[in-house]
Each structure stands twice: as structure tokens, then as C-alpha cells.
Design a binder for this molecule. Structure first.
Ligand code: ADP
Ligand code: MG
Length: 260
């Protein structure tokens, strides 16, 4: 959604971010602005650094170079005595609460019901009382279309329903940015649409989202910006129609031809 003025500070900014694994630059000098309420789809071949980039944002990976700013303020690191140092664990924990992540494999607790899966973090991490966590839990499960499945265990739910529980679990923590890493890649084809529909609904309600996906039609439909990565770098970016139908680099042309 493009309701914000261009002059507004982006909600999230990556400035020259690099993440190395030994000699490998998994993320190599990536700069990106994410406006509040916008949807950014990250696309690119396997191994291009999409997951690593998402993981740097919510501090699952410590960056080697650059800076990540949230609401204009650096997160993950701070400058002390002129040196850049990681923030304390306590501060890091607080900062990561701004982000909710949804993974390819939903990783629900098998012995918890849908509602219990969703209320666990608000109770444990935020210290909410059960009653209050359940109020939020019911609301977010309704939001993902699972109002009638709250007391079901993961094994009693389809893969699409399980992934929707995982989305509800992220929503229950009321994050400011939702990060999705190939949320439909582990699903049977007939279950993909229900998950994408929930994500589209969140976009329409103004959620800020970064989504790694190979679903190009979804990207075209929902994204404000598509960012293509290759070998750790952003090689093309722009409006979905532009990137998907008129890629400029040979690498992007080849990639989009292969993914349809
Ligand atoms: P994508 O999500 O685009 O498929 P990844 O971010 O998973 O790509 O990986 C980017 C590169 O970084 C790959 O070459 C991958 O093998 C490497 N990589 C990712 N995580 C690690 C890690 N923990 N240790 C070493 N190399 C890693
Ligand atoms: Mg990945």
C-alpha cells in the first residue's frame, strides 16, 4: 500500500548490510527501505541470500557490515566509545519483538492445540495472563479463518491450516513487521491458495511485510516492490509489473523465465 509520503522515515532501513559465512558473502552490501504498510517480495534463485537477509532483520544472524534501522534508530548494534558493538541480550530481545517470522516449516508444538500454540509466546515472553492471551489468540485465529479449529491439534489440521496457525502465532505477538520465508513452499499445491489469501488479507489491512516467495502471481498481485537477489546482492528492484514482465538484466530475465 502506498499511502505514505515519500519523505516519511521508512519503518525499516537496511544500509549496506553484509553477512559473511567465512569467505562466502551470503548477503553482500544490501540496502533497502521498507515503508510502513508496504509489502516487499524478495525473489531470486536458491542460495542467493534471501533467508539470510530476513534472518539478519530479526537478529537471527549478526551482520558483519552495515546497519539496520527500525523507526530511524539502529537495532542489533550500538556505538560505544566510537566502536560498533552488539546490543545486550536484553535489548536485543526487546528489539526482536518488532518482528514476527513465519517459516517454510511451521514448527507448531504437536501437543498443543491451535489456541495453545498461539497463546504460548504472549504468556511466556510478554507475561500475559492466560485469559488475556486467549482473547488475542481467538482474535488472530479468527483473522486467519480458523475460528472453528482453535481446539484442534496440529495433526488434526491440514498443512495449510497449520501454516495459518503459524501466521496467527506471529500475529499474536503484535509485531510491527511480518517476515515470511517461503511460507507456501512446503505445502501441497492445493493448499497454497488459502495461505496466500490470508497473507493478502493482512496486506490489505496495512501490515508491513517482507516475503520471500517463488509465487510470482502473488507477488504481482500484492507486492508494492519486488526485490530480486542473486549471489547476496540486489540485482533488480521495482514495481512488480516492471520487474516480472520487463526485467533488465540477463540474470533476472533467465530467472523469471524459469519460474514462470
Ligand atoms: P536463499 O534463502 O536465497 O536460498 P540463503 O540465505 O539460505 O539463500 O543462503 C545464502 C548462502 O549462504 C548459501 O550459499 C548458503 O549455503 C549460505 N549459508 C546460509 N546459512 C549458512 C550458515 N549458517 N553457514 C554457512 N553458510 C550458510
Ligand atoms: Mg531460503
Amino acid at each position: 500500500m502506498t499511502t505514505n509520503l515519500k519523505t516519511e522515515t521508512p519503518l525499516l532501513q537496511l544500509v549496506g548490510v553484509s553477512k559473511h559465512f567465512g569467505a562466502l558473502k551470503a548477503v553482500d552490501d544490501v540496502s533497502l527501505d521498507i515503508r510502513s504498510g508496504s509489502v516487499t517480495c524478495l525473489v531470486g534463485p536458491s542460495g542467493s541470500g534471501k533467508s539470510t537477509l530476513l534472518r539478519t532483520v530479526n537478529m537471527m544472524e549478526e551482520i558483519n557490515e552495515g546497519a539496520i534501522l527500525f523507526e530511524g534508530k539502529m537495532i542489533g548494534h550500538e556505538v560505544r566509545n566510537g566502536h560498533r558493538v552488539p546490543v545486550s541480550k536484553k535489548v536485543a530481545r526487546q528489539q526482536t519483538l518488532n518482528f514476527g517470522m513465519v517459516f517454510q516449516h511451521f514448527n507448531l508444538f504437536p501437543h498443543y492445540t491451535a489456541l495453545e500454540n498461539v497463546t504460548a509466546a504472549p504468556m511466556i515472553v510478554k507475561g500475559l495472563r492466560k485469559k488475556d492471551a486467549e482473547t488475542i489468540g481467538r482474535r488472530v485465529l479468527e483473522q486467519v479463518g480458523l475460528g472453528s479449529r482453535m481446539d484442534h491439534y496440529p495433526s488434526e489440521l491440514s498443512g495449510g491450516q497449520q501454516q495459518r496457525v503459524a501466521i496467527a502465532r506471529a500475529l499474536a505477538m503484535e509485531p510491527k513487521v511480518l517476515l515470511f520465508d517461503e511460507p507456501t513452499s512446503a505445502l501441497d499445491p492445493e493448499l497454497v491458495a488459502e495461505v496466500l489469501a490470508v497473507m493478502k488479507g493482512l496486506a490489505e489491512q496495512g501490515s508491513t511485510m517482507m516475503i520471500v516467495t517463488h509465487e510470482m502471481r502473488f507477488a504481482e498481485d500484492v507486492a508494492d516492490e519486488v526485490v530480486m537477489m542473486d549471489a547476496g546482492r540486489i540485482i533488480e528492484r521495482g514495481a512488480p509489473q516492471e520487474i516480472l514482465h520487463n526485467p533488465k538484466t540477463p540474470r533476472a530475465k533467465k530467472f523469471f523465465a524459469s519460474v514462470g
